[in-house]
Structure formats: structure tokens, C-alpha cells
Design a protein around this ligand. Structure first.
Ligand code: URP
Ligand code: ZN
Ligand code: ZN
Length: 464
């Protein structure tokens, strides 16, 4: 079995912060201690670096058919980019075709990822319909390690499910000990607003945001949490974007409901003014929920700091500006929804959070790794640095500065022709990335290989 010794680093987890050496045997962490005097096949000097758990991004869309096209990163390019950014696990989404078995969807997504992913991955199941006779499939999915589902209150006619389906799925998830993830926006009302805008001849990208009021996100969050409360199941609101929506999470948590929510870097660092960019460039930021007015950002940071927001995912769903966003040049509603980000999450959050004194270093780890592992049945195998855990470890340089750009070969490996965070300078870069005891990125250079990443059979929700 191969061995590795990581020496002289500052080990930071969601709760710890100390200087130590880490001895890895095979795929797992074997010993953590001071000045370890052990022979190893490979020694990595982490002096002056943070040694943190590999990032977990619980919300990505690789190779996803959506908006009349397919997301530009597949599992090969997307997981390679994720690794560059210090993420060693993603949880992506398999999509049930309406009227078909969820197992068929799982097979399809296994085929997309297997032999391609260079880091470990799991799947949430997107449920698009759930007739009574299909409800039992949820227990069998859980047995197969798919222990969370995503339901959509948005995108009528595409991924949308009605409240009856939501309640049915939630009841079953509650019985099984699995988790419901919710895209919480009132898509029915939003579609009416979109139709009105179209009738009035409004075509530019900014109308994507102007037709999706934050109140309709707050309504979705409120409804999702209320149904979950009655169904007695934990609910995890995905890509929460606004202060209005956050308020609903806070109210529910104060009542003792198991309501959790993630936000994403785009809602922390970008705002609705980006839609005003000339030459159709606003289309680069067309994602759902839409970017909000800037004042929302400080509310989200406060939610992260005090625990009402639970994790930071990317909702990575890239579409090329040139060929794909173009589909909506004359109609904002036809711009494929989504933006790239899987590679830049750790640096953005470290810089915006820790360097700018909004969150502690431990909180940074909790939000980018530990809480996702706990929520989605991966802890303590993933999400921490501990004896017996997978050796998913990032050697992170807290002082290195880089400017994020599609042209910066340290910061952009995603298969897309623009970077959502173009021009933002960050301090804090993942330099060496280890996945289950194997170096996949060394000093920012890729050393992994496709197919190394394994499907993760996840466990049940165990509470916080
Ligand atoms: O715009 C987005 N978010 N695209 C991906 C699909 C989703 O709603 O997560
Ligand atoms: Zn969504
Ligand atoms: Zn998404």
C-alpha cells in the first residue's frame, strides 16, 4: 500500500486548528501527530500552508441536458476543474424522465460519470413525477446510496412538480431518513410575469432578473418548509439568493424545523447590475434564481456566519457564451440558465469570507466541506481530517494572490469560454490537492486521471 507524509502544515477542520503531520496509508488518514518520524513513499512539505479537508460541492450539473442544450462541462472536464480549485467531492444530479423509472435515470448518470470523473462523486435524484406506484423506488434508491432528492417549484413544463408530488416525496423521504433538496421559487407566477414581459417586447438578459422577484423565492421557501414541517422531513433549500428568502429560513429554524439552506458564490459576489453589461454579455449571468440587488449580499454573509445558511455550493452549470447563451439573443427566456463556478468556490469564499473577516477559518471549512458531508451522508468519511477518514486533503496557500480569469491557467480549467468571476482578485489558492491518498493536483498542475473518481454510496441523514 502506498504511503504519504504531509509535514509541517497547519491543520484546520470545522473545529480544530493546530500544527501537525499527517500520515496517509493507501486511501485513508492513518496517523496525525507532531513531528512524525515515519518513512513514507512520498513526503509533502506543507510549511506555511493550511491543510484542510477536500472541498465538497453538493450542487453541480455536469453533462446536463437543459435549456435546449447540454451543460458544457462533462464529468471529465468538470471534475478536473473542481480538483484544481480544491474540491475533491461533488454531488451532481440524475434527472428522472417524466413517466420513467428513477433507476433508468441513475443508470444514465452512472454511464456519464463512470470512467470520466477524476474525483469522487455522488448523485441526488431529481424527481419529475411520482405516481403512487413509484414511491417505493425512493427506498431502493437510498439502498443504492442515493439518499437525497431535488424537487423543483420552478420551470413549469420542464422540471416543475406540484405540491401534491412534493408532499408525497417528502413523506417518503421522512420515513426513509433521506433529505429533500428544493428549488424554491414560484415558477407558475414567474412564468406569467415572463409572458407579460415578452408581450411587451422585452428581450434583453436583464429581464430574466426583473421577472423573478425575490418575493416569489421567499414564497417558495416558505411553502417548501411548511410542507416539510407537516411531512416531518428535513428540507434543504438549494441556491438561496436573497434576504427575503433567508428570512423564511430563519423564521422556520426559530420554530425548530430542520430547515437548511445553501447559497452560492454568485449571490455573495455578483449582483443584478451585471445584467446591464453591453453586447448581450448580461447573458453570462443568466441563472436561476437570478442575481439580486447588491444589498442582499451582507444578509447572506450574516446568515453564513450565524448558521442560518449552512453550506456554499456552486450550482455549477456552464454554458458557453458564444454558442449556447446565444440561443436567447432575441428572447431572454431562451438563454440557457446557469453559470460556471466549480473551480473558483474555495478561493472566492476564503478571500471574501476569511480574508475580509466575515467568517472564521473554521467556518470556511464547515461551509465548503463539513456541513455538506454531514447533510448528505458522507461524514466522517469526507468533510474532515481525522484518523480513518478518506485522505481528501487540500494544501492551501493562504497568501497567494491570483486574478480569476478565463485566461489565467491557474484559476480556469472549466470547459467554457468565460469565467463568471472574471477580474476578481482573490487571496488563497489550492496548490496541492489529494484525493483518497493520491495527488491529483501538485503545485497547481494536474496529475490526476479520468476514471479515478468513485461513485459514493451515501448514508442517511443523521441530524446535527
Ligand atoms: O440556473 C441554474 N441554476 N441552472 C441549473 C438548474 C438549477 O435550477 O439548479
Ligand atoms: Zn435549481
Ligand atoms: Zn442547480
Amino acid at each position: 500500500m502506498s504511503t504519504m507524509l504531509i509535514k509541517n502544515g497547519r491543520v484546520v477542520t470545522a473545529v480544530d486548528d493546530y500544527h501537525a503531520d499527517i500520515f496517509v496509508e493507501g486511501e485513508t488518514i492513518k496517523i496525525i501527530g507532531k513531528d512524525l518520524d515515519i518513512q513514507a513513499d512520498e513526503v509533502i512539505d506543507a510549511a506555511g500552508r493550511l491543510v484542510i479537508p477536500g472541498g465538497i460541492d453538493p450542487h453541480t450539473h455536469m453533462d446536463m441536458p437543459f435549456g435546449g442544450t447540454v451543460s458544457a462541462d462533462d464529468f471529465e472536464t468538470g471534475t478536473r476543474a473542481a480538483a484544481h480549485g480544491g474540491t475533491t467531492t461533488i454531488i451532481d444530479f440524475a434527472i428522472q424522465s417524466k413517466g420513467r423509472s428513477t433507476f433508468e435515470a441513475l443508470d444514465t448518470w452512472h454511464a456519464k460519470a463512470q470512467g470520466k470523473a477524476s474525483i469522487d462523486y455522488g448523485f441526488h435524484m431529481i424527481i419529475t413525477d411520482l405516481e403512487e406506484e413509484r414511491v417505493q423506488e425512493m427506498s431502493r434508491l437510498a439502498d443504492d446510496g442515493v439518499t437525497s432528492y431535488k424537487l423543483f417549484m420552478a420551470y413549469p413544463g420542464v422540471l416543475y412538480v406540484d405540491d401534491a408530488t412534493i408532499y408525497r416525496a417528502m413523506r417518503k423521504a421522512g420515513e426513509d431518513g433521506t433529505v429533500i433538496c428544493m428549488h424554491a421559487e414560484n415558477g407558475i407566477v414567474i412564468d406569467e410575469i415572463v409572458k407579460q414581459a415578452q408581450k411587451e417586447g422585452k428581450t434583453e438578459p436583464k429581464w430574466h432578473a426583473l421577472t423573478r422577484p425575490t418575493r416569489m423565492e421567499a414564497e417558495g421557501v416558505h411553502r417548501a418548509i411548511s410542507i416539510a414541517e407537516v411531512a416531518d422531513v428535513p428540507v434543504y433549500i438549494v441556491h438561496l439568493s436573497s434576504a427575503d428568502a433567508l428570512e423564511q429560513v430563519v423564521l422556520a429554524r426559530d420554530r425548530g424545523v430542520h430547515a437548511f439552506a445553501e447559497t452560492c458564490p454568485q449571490y455573495l459576489f455578483l449582483d443584478s447590475s451585471y445584467y446591464e453589461k453591453p453586447d448581450f454579455e448580461g447573458a453570462k449571468y443568466v441563472m436561476t434564481p437570478a442575481l439580486r440587488e447588491k444589498w442582499n449580499q451582507e444578509h447572506l454573509w450574516r446568515g453564513l456566519k450565524f448558521g442560518d445558511l449552512h453550506a456554499i455550493s456552486t450550482d455549477h452549470c456552464p454554458f458557453c457564451f458564444k454558442d449556447q447563451k446565444e440561443l436567447g439573443r432575441h428572447d431572454f427566456s431562451k438563454i440557457p440558465n446557469g453559470a460556471p463556478g466549480v473551480e473558483n468556490r474555495m478561493s472566492l469564499v476564503y478571500n471574501g469570507g476569511v480574508v475580509h473577516n466575515r467568517i472564521s477559518l473554521n467556518k470556511f471549512v464547515e461551509l465548503t466541506s463539513t456541513n455538506a458531508a454531514k447533510t448528505f451522508g458522507l461524514f466522517p468519511r469526507k468533510g474532515t481530517i481525522a484518523v480513518g477518514s478518506d485522505a481528501d486533503i487540500v494544501i492551501f496557500n493562504p497568501d497567494r494572490k491570483e486574478t480569476i480569469s478565463v485566461n489565467n491557467h491557474v484559476m480556469h480549467h472549466m470547459n467554457v469560454d468565460y469565467n463568471t468571476y472574471e477580474g476578481i482578485e482573490v487571496q488563497g489558492v489550492a496548490e496541492t490537492v489529494i484525493s483518497r491518498g493520491k495527488v491529483v493536483v501538485r503545485d497547481t498542475v494536474y496529475e490526476g486521471h479520468k476514471g479515478y473518481g468513485k461513485f459514493l454510496k451515501r448514508g442517511l441523514y443523521r441530524g446535527f
